[in-house]
Design a protein around this ligand. Structure first.
Ligand SMILES: C[S@@+](CC[C@H](N)C(=O)[O-])C[C@H]1O[C@@H](n2cnc3c(N)ncnc32)[C@H](O)[C@@H]1O
Length: 462
């Protein structure tokens, strides 16, 4: 059979936000609407830079990516790139005229804008740079308010705010295609949310997680440590039906102490449903139940398209599980408010092993598990990331919490059917079994070890 000719790729420039840098690559390639795989042809990748040149098969796909991402500000069809103004102009003169002309027609309107990274230009400097492009055959009329086409000059003055060069390191020129979804960070901000808790997930990270989970319309998304439902909101925004469970009766029923400073008790309608209602997403809410994730209550079968969750780390909320009445009385944690018997600590390593096993059994084929794993950085190696025979590790991105602790956003995909009831989660290297590191995260976090090491390192640098 003859090989299929390669899809012709167009060059695009992605302008990224300088926030959550590690998360930007996996997030840039959501499956939304299909075709994400071809997108992965990345020709120029400067990890720290806000400017990425990408090969993408079509403008259509570029628009689809921008409909999902909260990590990127805008995307442009790249017409020219250079390390100096001269190089940029030469590159623009080489750009095929037939690709430019449809956007430069006499009956069209346009505008040219300038974006500089790590430098502010005066109005006069900007105008000079725009005037220097007069060799391009702009035949349309300038319209500053409502132009049909917007062209951008983008200049990169590097990453060091204390050492800004006179001339940019890189210059780009392109036709604006679409903006990303940065405004969602503000409109879904936890600050303005009806029902919050001490560990409600930040809006930007919630959207990043839904993108890692490739959540799409009509999916069923489940959060086994649902808390105030922060992670359900982003999935519902993308059109998925959402549900969750939590061991905490008060959280699920919106009772007990409020997390807001100026409020003592939670109000009558502070619950997950009301949060979804606040954003017009109530129709996507299935339910939230009180349940212990170490003892799944679900019938057998592949039920969920994605499991997106933030398990407890034992820092701002306890790691716990249900136990027998005997155990509970012994550990003296029985409370009338809990309505169930809460027993001893649920060890962090067990939480993650159980979570992977659950995902292997209850995810649809190709479904994704996205979760946060707390890490004590001096002891971190890839070998401590829990594995499961049915799940493939897709990405592993770090978010710093302090100099010595971080959490890693782990994304796994179900690639094999869960048949054998004995299939268990494991670690890559047996030497970490039984791994105590996750269990001791809390102790290390609070022990002052991290502060001491940081001080020693600082002293050594002197
Ligand atoms: C980090 S919080 C989740 C916060 C949530 N993402 C939000 O936006 O509010 C972890 C949650 O796990 C719950 N939890 C702890 N142990 C549990 C268990 N064994 N089963 C189910 N939930 C548990 C806690 O009550 C807490 O609400």
């Amino acid at each position: 059979m003859a090989a299929r000719p390669p899809v012709p790729l167009g060059r695009f420039l992605l302008l990224l936000a300088q926030e959550h840098l590690e998360f930007r690559l996996p997030v840039s390639a959501p499956r939304a609407g299909g075709g994400g795989a071809a997108f992965a042809s990345l020709i120029f990748f400067l990890f720290q830079s806000p400017f990425w040149i990408l090969n993408i098969p079509s403008e259509e796909m570029a628009r689809r990516i921008m409909k999902r991402t909260v990590c990127a500000k805008s995307i442009f069809e790249l017409w020219g790139h250079g390390r100096s103004a001269g190089e940029l102009y030469a590159s623009l003169k080489n750009y095929p005229m037939d690709k430019m002309l449809p956007y430069l027609q006499p009956d069209s309107t346009y505008k040219i804008r300038i974006h500089t990274f790590n430098k502010t230009l005066t109005q006069a400097q900007k105008i000079k740079k725009i005037d220097a492009l007069e060799f391009l055959p702009f035949n349309g009329k300038v319209n500053l308010k409502n132009p049909e086409h917007v062209f951008w000059i983008l200049e990169d003055y590097g990453m060091d705010p204390n050492n800004v060069p006179e001339e940019p390191f890189d210059l780009y020129f392109g036709r604006w295609i679409a903006d990303g979804q940065r405004e969602l960070i503000e409109s879904y901000s936890v600050k303005k949310r009806h029902f919050i808790g001490n560990t409600s997930m930040d809006a930007c990270l919630s959207f990043i997680m839904a993108n890692h989970g490739r959540v799409k319309p009509n999916d069923i998304v489940y959060d086994p440590f649902v808390g105030t439902g922060g992670l359900l909101i982003s999935s519902a925004h993308f059109g998925a039906y959402v549900c969750g469970t939590d061991i905490d009766y008060n959280t699920i029923h919106g009772l007990g102490k409020a997390s807001r400073k100026n409020q003592k008790w939670r109000g009558p309608d502070e619950n997950i449903r009301a949060n979804l209602r606040q954003y017009g997403l109530e129709k996507y809410y299935l339910d939230a139940l009180v349940s212990d994730s170490s003892r799944p209550v679900w019938r057998k079968g592949m039920l969920f398209d994605a499991i997106i969750t933030d398990p407890p780390y034992g820092i701002r909320e306890a790691t716990r599980r249900t136990g027998s009445q005997k155990e509970s009385v012994k550990s003296a944690e029985r409370s009338t408010e809990n309505h169930i018997f809460i027993s001893s600590n649920y060890h962090l390593s067990d939480i993650f092993f159980d979570l992977l096993k659950f995902a292997a059994e209850y995810l649809v084929m190709g479904g994704r598990l996205v979760y946060w794993l707390p890490i004590y950085r001096p002891e971190y190696t890839e070998e401590i990331i829990p594995r499961h025979p049915c799940l493939k590790l897709i990405s592993n991105c770090e978010q710093m919490l302090s100099s010595h602790t971080s959490r890693r956003l782990i994304t796994m995909e179900k690639v094999k059917e869960y048949k054998d009831q004995d299939q268990n989660s494991y670690l890559l290297d047996d030497q970490y079994m039984p791994y105590r590191g996750h269990n001791s995260f809390r102790e290390k976090y609070f022990s002052g070890v991290t502060k001491r090491i940081a001080k020693e390192e600082k002293d050594n640098q002197k």
